[in-house]
Design a protein around this ligand. Structure first.
Ligand SMILES: [Zn+2]
Length: 369
């Protein structure tokens, strides 16, 4: 396998970045299709439309119907063809962005992502996560290309709920923890190769930024302030984590996290919150990590309020028997747990989750939370 790094063609982040959207989009085309929901349009619609029209672009306004389903992508594709759109612009959360990416790739037009929350690392990636009509996740596609432009208005993101930024920190914290496992074993990355030194450096940088600025960024966002710490954490959540996971590699933290939605009690969790518990579980599974690394990660999660116990994820008192379904999925062929240098068994995953809960409970009580 070759060393492969992929990424978006341009990344723009800053206060009021959306007001310059026209300047960046006119390089890519003339008729941008804007995919967004009513709430997002209410927040950024005027700024974005004014900016596009000021550059003589002809925006096509499309209301997103709620999930990245085959049906929704086909509907957007039909509009792209009918109206002659030459750029698909996803504005909002991950599902909107993923739908825009899929429709753009399948029609051969340009892709722009404008995340309005920093809750996951999907905006820079070439992947779309699919859902069925009942809202169940059915897998993902990794497209041949990443977005042409990722346009991040940090003022908009700083005004979104702090919970979304914190969830993004959970997703981003996992990036380095998982990429270093994949590096050790030469496990493949999402890009279809193995990781580069650049991907590893970016993944580690994101981790360090979270440890240094995560708590302060949360405090600032809760106070309604956009500060340098918030900017740094947005970059870590979206850019560093996006490049790091896609070109680094995934492991048990995401595998365990991806199993949690099968429990109805966990349906309220955001992706990054599931991953946060997955990180602690992975660290308890892996005998190659130092206890300093384990305490560092769990104490950071406690400090920013990410879930570290069964009670935190809605599974207080869960039986080992129920956890076995997660263990079995983790131990199955093709699981992300194969990134580790040791064979991952169902029993080991169940015990690691139980240990993670005990560890999280203890560190929370030590921190007085
Ligand atoms: Zn993730």
């Amino acid at each position: 396998m070759h060393n492969i790094l992929i990424g978006p063609r341009k990344y723009v982040q800053g206060r009021n970045a959306l007001a310059d959207a026209g300047k960046y989009l006119k390089i890519l085309g003339n008729k941008p299709l804007l995919l967004w929901d009513a709430a997002v349009k209410g927040i950024v619609g005027k700024t974005l439309l004014d900016s596009l029209r000021a550059e003589k672009l002809e925006p096509i306004d499309v209301d997103f119907q709620g999930d990245c389903t085959r049906k929704e992508v086909d509907r957007v594709i039909a509009i792209i063809k009918d109206k002659g759109a030459d750029i698909a612009v996803g504005v909002g959360g991950g599902k909107t962005l993923d739908t825009a990416k899929a429709a753009a790739i399948e029609t051969g037009i340009r892709i722009v992502t404008c995340p309005t929350i920093a809750s996951t690392d999907s905006p820079t990636s070439a992947a779309s996560v699919w859902y069925d009509e009942d809202g169940n996740c059915t897998g993902f596609d990794c497209w041949p290309f990443n977005p042409d432009l990722v346009l991040v208005d940090s003022l908009v993101i700083s005004r979104a709920p702090a919970r979304a930024l914190v969830a993004g920190m959970g997703d981003a914290l996992a990036t380095w923890v998982e990429a270093r496992v994949a590096l050790q074993t030469g496990a493949g990355n999402i890009a279809g190769g193995v990781s580069t030194m650049a991907a590893m450096a970016i993944a580690e940088l994101g981790y360090e930024i979270l440890l240094e600025h995560g708590v302060e960024a949360k405090r600032a966002v809760e106070a309604g302030a956009l500060t340098p710490s918030v900017e740094k954490v947005i970059e870590a959540n979206i850019l560093h984590s996006g490049l790091g996971f896609e070109s680094g590699g995934l492991a048990s933290a995401h595998m365990i996290a991806n199993c949690l939605p099968s429990f109805t009690e966990c349906r309220h969790l955001m992706h990054g919150e599931e991953v946060a518990f997955g990180v602690i579980s992975q660290l308890c599974l892996d005998n190659a990590v130092s206890m300093d690394d384990v305490y560092e990660a769990v104490d950071f999660e406690v400090a920013v309020g990410l879930p570290v116990t069964f009670a935190d994820i809605g599974l207080e008192g869960v039986s080992p028997g129920r956890l076995k379904t997660i263990g079995d999925a983790c131990a199955s062929e093709g699981s992300l747990c194969e990134s580790h240098c040791f064979g991952v068994t169902s029993e080991a995953v169940v015990d690691a989750m139980i240990a993670a809960d005990a560890l999280g409970t203890d560190r929370k009580s030590l921190a007085g939370v």
